[in-house]
Design a protein. Structure first.
Length: 92
């Protein structure tokens, strides 16, 4: 399944919240100046990335996590990427 940022309104999104600040981690989406920031429906919030990986692996929603944290699960077929071409990748 391939998604565009605007498609996120149709999906349950799993978000990370920093325990030290209470702020949500931003999803690094590539957008043009004319595109509106997509509405991301939050289905679940966690303060650990490991929990988000487990929830995504269980099919509970879409998560935005650093490449280095999910590469192993992607290579094993446990997770798949869905916003190819729309993400600023860090930590590959």
């Amino acid at each position: 399944m391939k998604l565009a940022p605007a498609d996120l309104v149709e999906h349950a999104c799993l978000k990370h919240k920093f325990p030290s600040t209470g702020k949500y981690e931003a999803w690094s989406l590539l957008q043009t100046d004319t595109e509106a920031e997509p509405s991301i429906k939050t289905a679940m919030v966690c303060n650990t990335s490991e929990a988000l990986i487990d929830m995504a692996r269980s099919g509970l929603g879409v998560a935005c996590l650093p490449d280095f944290m999910v590469n192993k699960a992607i290579n094993k077929g446990e997770l798949t990427t869905v916003l190819n071409g729309y993400m600023k990748h860090q930590g590959s």
